[in-house]
Design a protein around this ligand. Structure first.
Ligand SMILES: Cc1ncc(COP(=O)(O)O)c(C=O)c1O
Length: 362
């Protein structure tokens, strides 16, 4: 048997037809740049996240960079974040001119909020929590701390569109929420896309300008920025995808529940807590990782390590931002392994993966 880690193809014939018709419509009306489907997408995302405004952008990296810029984060500022994320999180911070300050993670792989106060200095301007793997961080604590110290909160909810904590959607706790909708994500495009949500109308206006080279009325540049406009074709297809998102999340949670029940006595599983986890990745913590990967490979099972290098230890950043103490992240990063979890997996494939892991540890 061959079990793929992800399968990005579209096999539901009804959905495929709807997607093709959505693309056809854009090609026919010809409003290719920020066409009507973008406005529809922004309305749908704002409603879904229960926020006043949403802005479609080119990708999640754009979303983070523009959010930090809109809040005035720049040279001389410090931004607190986790060491365990895709490198885009720290790139967005560094590209504003600010310095990242890494705070260790907890066993749930998210930033440990109890360690944040010790990292705050007079230079701290914002906190960027990452809802890693699709599980919402302990946002109540983080938001309370940010309010106390007058810091902005920019959520990196790139992996967590649809996740919740106490009925509040990921991305809607802080000042600004950022999403990636690249093809790998649960709520995905068929290429690159992202979105930014906020309740702050002034901030939204700034973001609209920053999305198009910092221009007002698309002509006069007020703040140097980038072109981060979302593709209309991607927005049109995501408007269709949003209808199917609930079903997709249900399936990911069903598979994860099966893994949790069958593997929890053998490896450390991402068990349920008070948050509504969407399981963008199903990440276990294990010993003998290399051997398990090889064993699963022999059985035709693909796995992935997301992400194998802590952000401060990437070549670009090693030794550059030395103010951190990361014993938990350093230990766990060598133990994480993501096993197949996508909506096209059949039950027998899920059982096959769980059985193979059980056999390995027997
Ligand atoms: C946690 C995290 N932050 C940021 C990003 C960047 O998003 P994008 O790839 O859409 O630029 C990603 C994407 O993979 C991500 O997983």
């Amino acid at each position: 048997m061959k079990v793929r880690y992800r399968d990005l193809s579209v096999d539901d014939p009804v959905m495929k037809q709807e997607l093709l018709e959505a693309v056809d419509k854009v090609l026919t009306h010809g409003k290719i740049i920020l066409g009507p489907e973008v406005e529809e997408f922004e309305g749908l995302v704002a409603d879904y996240c229960k926020k006043k405004h949403a802005l479609g952008v080119g990708c999640g990296t754009d979303a983070l960079y523009l959010a930090l810029k809109a809040l005035g984060v720049g040279a001389g500022d410090e931004v607190i974040t986790t060491p365990l994320s895709w490198i885009a999180t720290v790139n967005a911070i560094v590209l504003t001119g600010a310095a990242p300050v890494f705070v260790d993670i907890d066993q749930d792989l998210n930033i440990n909020p109890d360690l944040i106060p010790a990292a705050i200095t007079p230079k701290t301007k914002a906190i960027v929590p990452v809802h890693f793997t699709g599980r919402v961080c302990k946002m109540d604590k983080i938001v309370r701390m940010a309010q106390k110290h007058k810091l902005f909160v920019v959520e990196d909810a790139a992996q967590a569109f649809g996740a919740k904590l106490n009925d509040t959607m990921a991305g809607s706790f802080g000042d600004i929420g950022c999403f990636s909708m690249n093809a790998m994500k649960v709520f995905c495009s068929y290429g690159e896309a992202g979105a930014i949500v906020t309740d702050n109308s002034e901030m939204h206006e700034k973001l609209v300008s920053l999305r198009y080279n910092g221009t007002i009325n698309k002509e006069d540049c007020h703040t140097p920025s980038i072109n981060a406009r979302i593709d209309t074709v991607q927005a049109a297809m995501m408007n269709i995808n949003l209808k199917y998102l609930g079903k997709k999340i249900d399936r990911l949670r069903e598979i994860s529940k099966y893994y949790n029940e069958n593997l929890k006595d053998i490896v450390t599983c991402p068990l349920e807590d008070e948050s509504y986890h969407i399981y963008y990745s199903y990440t276990i913590l294990i010993e003998n990782r290399k051997k398990l990967i090889e064993y699963l490979q022999e059985k035709g099972i693909e796995t992935k390590i997301q992400h194998p290098i802590l952000m401060p230890y990437h070549t670009a950043f090693r030794g550059k931002y030395p103010r951190y103490d990361l014993p938990v992240a350093e230990k766990l990063v060598d133990r994480i392994l993501c096993i197949p979890n996508h909506d096209k997996l059949r039950d027998d494939e899920v059982e096959y993966v769980a059985t193979a892991i059980k056999e390995f540890y027997k």
